[in-house]
Ligand binder design. Structure first.
Ligand code: NAP
Length: 302
């Protein structure tokens, strides 16, 4: 039986990042709104993530809003030289916690300035332009004006690299005419596989694919077949779901989110699982068989 061990680093925005990163969204309060229930625990999770080798953190100023970035600043500033903080713009939060698209050029500038201020940075390493629409299948439509606005901020030195989130292959191609795109962040995991072809397309181009909801999001993936496979190889289902992503393609970078030290430690072990070919085939079959049947709660955009 052939074993395959994925490499553990990838070049993103000119930096070597550990393919196991960390997504900070879960650090804000319930519904990604307001402060965390346990501030000290949130700070501890961020510090331990970095101490355990994470050098790629995903965030946005609309998490909280402002909360997650301020937590990152409090926990980690001045930032280690090798830490790549990837943030995103394209939304604001309503007073009720709703997610409101903010994609006018002025909105994008305000989003960049908010991130700079709350992360206490002079320039942002990578900014993802987050396009609204159905989270399960991004909506086609031109994003030229928004990419041009971000490229102008790049020109001004406020943004070093540009990425895209919740986009289609056609939108990526359109954006690449305006600016270099270093990463794409769409929903993808063992069960939700709509982006299978896009993952391969971006792998061929050497562009990082950073799945959001790598564990299924607010309700982590649950599958009896996954649990059975995990038991067989002595891992947890969550570790296997992450290990499958690491094996899926070399350009996949993980940003699993957690507010728990215990879960962080479990997730950081995912890279140690080398999945035999037969196990990967069984895991692939879960996505093909069950994906459309699972109802997974998600974010609601206005
Ligand atoms: N571009 C976008 O539109 C977009 C959208 C959503 C998210 N994101 C980014 O993607 C990152 C990842 O997404 P996500 O955090 O929403 O979802 P996720 O990583 O798929 O899953 C997070 C959920 O899994 C739980 N969890 C984590 N580790 C676990 C473990 N070992 N055992 C059991 N449960 C575990 C977390 O709860 P606990 O806190 O209890 O561990 C949380 O409920 C976010 O942090 C954010 O940075 C981007």
């Amino acid at each position: 039986m052939s074993h395959f061990t994925p490499v553990d680093i990838f070049s993103l925005a000119g930096r070597s990042v550990n393919r196991l990163g960390y997504g900070a969204m879960q650090l804000a309060g319930p519904g990604v709104f307001g402060p965390p229930k346990d501030l000290d625990a949130a700070i501890a999770v961020l510090r331990e993530a970095v101490a355990s080798g994470v050098n790629h953190i995903d965030t946005s100023d609309f998490y909280g809003p402002h909360i997650t970035n301020r937590l990152i600043r409090e926990a980690l500033h001045p930032y280690p030289d090798d830490l790549l903080i990837v943030t995103k713009v394209g939304a604001i939060r309503g007073k009720d916690g709703s997610w409101i698209p903010a994609l006018e050029p002025d909105d994008i500038k305000v989003g960049v300035l908010d991130n700079l201020r709350n992360l206490r940075l002079d320039a942002l390493d990578v900014v993802n332009l987050r396009i609204p629409g159905d989270i399960h299948s991004p909506a086609e439509g031109s994003i030229e004006e928004q990419v041009a606005a971000l490229a102008e901020l790049q020109h001004q030195g406020l943004v070093r690299h540009i990425g895209l989130s919740n986009v289609t292959s056609a939108q990526i191609a359109e954006a690449q005419i305006i600016a270099k795109i270093v990463c794409v962040q769409n929903q993808y995991n063992l069960i939700q596989r709509e982006d299978d072809a896009l993952v391969d397309e971006l792998a061929d181009k050497g562009i990082a694919y950073v799945p959001f909801f790598p564990l299924g999001g607010f309700a982590p993936i649950h599958s009896s077949a996954l649990s059975k496979i995990a038991q067989t190889i002595g891992a947890t289902p969550i570790q296997v779901a992450l290990a499958w992503l690491l094996h899926r393609a070399p350009n996949i970078l993980l940003i699993p989110g957690t507010s728990s030290l215990e879960h962080l430690r479990e997730n950081m072990q995912a890279a140690k699982w080398s999945l035999p070919h037969g196990v990967r085939a069984q895991l692939d079959a879960i996505g093909r068989g069950n994906g459309k049947l699972l109802e997974i709660p998600t974010l609601h955009w206005k």
